[in-house]
Each structure stands twice: as structure tokens, then as C-alpha cells.
Ligand binder design. Structure first.
Ligand code: TYM
Length: 323
């Protein structure tokens, strides 16, 4: 059985991009693989969050992962900081990674914007992510398109380590969905939908009510033409709506376009599809919020299971390096 690991930062409200790019695959494929899903609260520290907010978001993240359908009987759901081998392996890997390769990470370049005041943790972020993956000997890492380059680095570090110190790590592969791997902001369709609170009207949160979803989709920015056509470069807004509808309905976005003669009809169908898709998630999240003891127990058991696997890998890697 293949091993799967993936992670999410508890750095804000989870949104439709997280769901279509990652969580839906996690939940659909959990039966076929041995899966580990990590709430990466150490990664969230890189943007200096309020401590109380971080703690609360970490627990809320667990609620949402259960609400999207992860089953703790078959998937291991855990919080990164509860497994101390993550930062320990990250240090070993930092001693194999180069400044040059970390400087090339586009996410770092975008977030740092050339400022000297940027946190060192943001720079080494992808190495901690590599540690998350390699500790579990994951074969497969289901992520959205924005994590592609980080996955390449994790592979590179695994290959380099194995070459230098002996075969310790499985070399992981990214699994990126064919449709909606990069859901764009509804108000700024050239930017990806994101957890930062910069575009509340452009972001469909997983816990938005039906009315908010409907409103956001209907007000989505399109273009001044009238033709419904799938062409992400020329028509990013319309293509994003087609991608979302394609992902929700299991159909090809380019083919779906032929069925529409107006933006209005397209938006109406997208809104309906998203409302139907998210409604059960919201209902389950509400139920779980009333049962936080269960959520805490899931995380405790998850951390124990994760620790078993992670500590064995860490011990091998440290020993191989002479520690
Ligand atoms: P994060 O927390 O930003 O996002 C979690 C997952 O959601 C995907 N995603 C999207 N997919 C489609 N469209 C979007 N607009 C969109 N926004 C986010 C992300 O690709 C991701 O799969 N660095 C990671 C967290 C991480 C991790 C790991 C992932 C830490 N360690 C180990 C995999 C394996 C991140 O910031 O994801």
C-alpha cells in the first residue's frame, strides 16, 4: 500500500481552493493508501500569528479535516508540533540544502518581496516541509499546483541524502489534481484564492453560508466579452468559474463551456454546485464543534501513530549522518 502524506497550515479560514486542490483528494483516496495528514502549525509561525489565534485555528483545522470526510480510523490526522521529529529532521536536512536552492523558491520570493526583515523561518520553510514528507517515507503527496516547486525540492533533498548517506528516504511524488489545482480569487482572477484575509469577497470559505457563496459567485469578476470560453490566459475569470464547475461536476471545463451562452447562467450553475458541495461539510463541522472532546482524542491518537513512524525514520537518518 502506498504511503501518503500532506499538510495544511492553520493560518486562516480554509477555502474552496484548499478543498478542490487538496482536501477532496485526501478524503477520496484515503481508502486506497496509508495516509498521514498534518496540521502544520510550525509552518504557520513564519508569518508571526497571534498565539491565541494560532491555537484556536489549529483545533479548527482538525474540525474541518474531519468535516471534509477524513476518517480517523483509517487516516492519521495530527498536529506537526506534537511530533518533535519534524523540526529535528528539518535541521539535518538544512545541513544538506543550499542557500541557492532556497533562494530560488518562488513562494519565498513572493512573500519576502526582497525585504531584509523577512523571517529566517520563511526562508527555510520548504526544508521543514521536506522533513514532514520524508519522515513518513511518503510515496505520494497530494497538493495543489502552488506546492509543485516545494515538492521538487523535497525530492531533490531525498535523492541527495540517499546518495550521500545511504538509502534512507523514499523519494516522494506530487499528486496534483487535473482540474482546479489552482483555484483563483473570484475578485482578482489572476491571483490564487488564499487564506490571507486580503480578498474576502473573492474567497469562498468552506464555512460560508449558502447566501454568501451565491453572492460571491454572482459578483465574480469576468471580462467585457460575452462568450463563455475556457481560455485561462485570455479569460481568467470565466475559466476559473469553469474549472470550479468542472471540479464540482467531474466534467471537463473546456467542454462545459459549450453548454453556456451567458455568464449569468454559468454563474448561477457554479453557485448552485458549490453550495451543494459545501453544505454537508458545513453541517458536519457544526456537529463536531459541539463535540470537541472527540476532536482532541483524534489528534492525540494521531500524534502517537505519527510519532511511531517519524521517530524510526529520524533515528535512521541521524545515525546515517553520524549523530
Ligand atoms: P496551504 O496550507 O497553503 O494549503 C493547503 C493545501 O491547499 C492547496 N491550495 C490550493 N489548491 C488549489 N487552489 C488554491 N487556490 C489553493 N490554495 C491552497 C495547497 O496546494 C495545499 O495542498 N506548504 C503547504 C503546507 C505543507 C505541506 C507539507 C503540504 C507543509 N508541509 C507537506 C504537503 C506536504 C501549504 O502552505 O499549504
Amino acid at each position: 500500500m502506498a504511503r501518503v502524506l500532506s499538510g495544511v497550515q492553520p493560518s486562516g479560514d480554509f477555502h474552496l481552493g484548499n478543498y478542490l486542490g487538496a482536501f477532496r483528494t485526501w478524503s477520496e483516496q484515503q481508502h486506497e493508501h496509508e495516509s498521514f495528514y498534518c496540521i502544520v502549525n510550525l509552518h504557520a509561525l513564519t508569518v508571526d500569528p497571534d498565539p491565541a489565534a494560532l491555537r484556536e485555528r489549529t483545533t479548527n483545522a482538525a474540525v474541518l479535516l474531519l468535516a471534509v470526510g477524513l476518517d480517523p480510523k483509517i487516516s492519521t490526522i495530527f498536529v506537526q508540533s506534537q511530533v518533535p521529529e519534524h523540526p529535528r529532521l528539518a535541521w539535518l536536512l538544512e545541513c544538506t540544502a543550499t542557500m541557492g536552492e532556497l533562494r530560488r523558491m518562488t513562494q519565498f520570493k513572493e512573500k519576502a518581496g526582497g525585504s531584509e526583515g523577512v523571517r529566517a523561518g520563511l526562508f527555510t520553510y520548504p526544508v521543514l516541509m521536506a522533513a514532514d514528507i520524508l519522515l513518513y517515507q511518503a510515496d505520494r503527496v497530494p497538493v495543489g499546483d502552488d506546492q509543485r516547486q516545494h515538492l521538487e525540492l523535497a525530492r531533490e533533498l531525498a535523492i541527495r541524502f540517499n546518495h550521500r548517506y545511504g538509502e534512507i528516504f523514499t523519494v516522494p511524488e506530487a499528486f496534483i489534481p487535473k482540474v482546479a489545482a489552482r483555484v483563483m480569487d473570484l475578485q482578482h482572477p489572476s491571483q490564487k484564492m488564499s487564506k490571507s484575509l486580503q480578498s474576502p469577497q473573492g474567497t469562498i470559505r468552506l464555512l460560508d453560508d449558502d447566501e454568501a457563496i451565491d453572492r460571491k459567485v454572482r459578483r465574480a469578476v469576468t471580462d467585457t466579452e460575452t462568450e463563455v470560453r475556457y481560455d485561462p490566459a485570455a479569460k481568467p475569470g470565466v475559466s476559473n468559474l469553469l474549472e470550479i464547475l468542472g471540479a464540482a461536476s467531474g466534467k471537463d471545463p473546456a467542454e462545459l463551456a459549450h453548454a453556456y451562452s451567458s455568464y449569468r447562467q454559468l454563474k448561477s450553475d457554479v453557485a448552485e454546485a458549490v453550495v451543494e458541495m459545501l453544505r454537508p461539510i458545513r453541517a458536519r463541522a457544526r456537529e463536531l464543534t459541539d463535540d470537541m472532546a472527540t476532536v482532541a482524542a483524534v489528534l492525540e491518537e494521531g500524534a502517537a501513530r505519527a510519532h511511531e513512524v517519524a521517530s524510526a525514520t529520524y533515528a535512521k537518518a541521524a545515525e546515517a549522518m553520524g549523530i
